[in-house]
Design a protein around this ligand. Sequence first.
Ligand SMILES: NC(=O)c1ccc[n+]([C@@H]2O[C@H](COP(=O)([O-])OP(=O)(O)OC[C@H]3O[C@@H](n4cnc5c(N)ncnc54)[C@H](O)[C@@H]3O)[C@@H](O)[C@H]2O)c1
Length: 391
Amino acid sequence: MSGSSISDRRSAVAVSQSSSQRLRGAVVGYGFIASRGHFPAYLQRAKKHRDVDIVAVADVCPARRELARRAMPGIRLYPDYRSLLEAEGSALDFVDLCTPPSDHCEIARAALERGLHVLCEKPLAPTVGEASLLLETAAAVRRVIFPCHNYQHAPVVKAIRAILQSGRIGAVRSVTLSTFRNTFARGVPEWRPDWRREKRISGGGIAMDHGSHTLYLAFEWLGGYPTAVTAKMSRLDGDHHDTEDNFNAVLTFPRGLAHAHLSWTAGVRKVLYTLQGELGAITVDDDELELAVADRAAQANAKWTFEKRRVASHWMDASHIHWFESLFEQFKGAIADGAFVGKEARDAYFCVQTICNAYRSAEEGCREVALGTEIGWAERWFPMSRVPIGR
Ligand SMILES: NC(=O)c1ccc[n+]([C@@H]2O[C@H](COP(=O)([O-])OP(=O)(O)OC[C@H]3O[C@@H](n4cnc5c(N)ncnc54)[C@H](O)[C@@H]3O)[C@@H](O)[C@H]2O)c1
């Protein structure tokens, strides 16, 4: 019997089991997002749907392990991912990876190679090489790699999706995405709360930290991946950190343009999104959505109708716990469908590719950097990867 048929049969068994059984998972990194977002969402879900059990946690920080024990008495605790995988690997279905970016690739690959699916916090990895390696590993071992692209699950983003699908504003030709924060997000005090300002741990500043959210939304709204980027970044807060706190980029897409503006030194915490279509526009200011529709395209005398609605999306809650259930459904679906490297994983790869090349552009005096020729192995595995993929 050939090796590939064994691996296919193993995958088929894993897929059919995971669609029908409770998934057993372990969390690696019990910090802010794990303890305030994922963990409580799993507990709610375990009660409501009975389809997931978190049985173990690994965290390098003893104080964080103690907090995990208090949150879920009886949970098994490990000081690092290796000992967790060694002791629990054979009885787990997935690992939920909530450590800072610098460790994502090493830990996710170890879990994948152990035969586990991986839900990975954004960014997938801080370098294109690591992001690429992760997707390649997932494809090779036939296990799901799935990024936490949770902004896709914000109710107001779902409302935008429904309007675009209705065709009411026609094809989108330009989008602007601004994310304002009055400070960088701090990690839990028991570990290194300022790791987002240490490049060796974070891989970069606000673009590496938040840029994925901006980019996968732009990919969706403009129906594809960018072909070029030009960017500028700055440290308005002074030079005592080695990561940027402000970032601006213009991205060229086959269908139009996106402008991304990210700030950790803003006067307010807010997202502002605009989508300009052939027949109308959508403006989102946190929970407020305005839809403008013209009665004819590109005419000075067009008549406009405006609709305003409020779509409660809990933007102020940085744990985004309210969006997790919908995200986890998607992850479960990817496991059930055997979508080992699905659209979300490819989006994650192109997020990392775009961010890293935006850094290159900024470092080289805002030079426009082409993205279209730098796909590497992905084109071999996924020849359609740069073609718009419908949802
Ligand atoms: N999707 C979102 O909306 C969202 C929001 C916040 C954070 N995040 C992401 O979640 C990840 C973690 O961010 P955070 O804010 O929770 O950070 P955090 O500093 O609060 O938590 C990190 C935890 O990981 C532990 N840790 C560090 N290295 C480890 C290792 N090698 N093995 C095991 N444990 C380790 C630390 O002890 C700490 O408990 C980052 O990738 C971040 O970008 C995503």
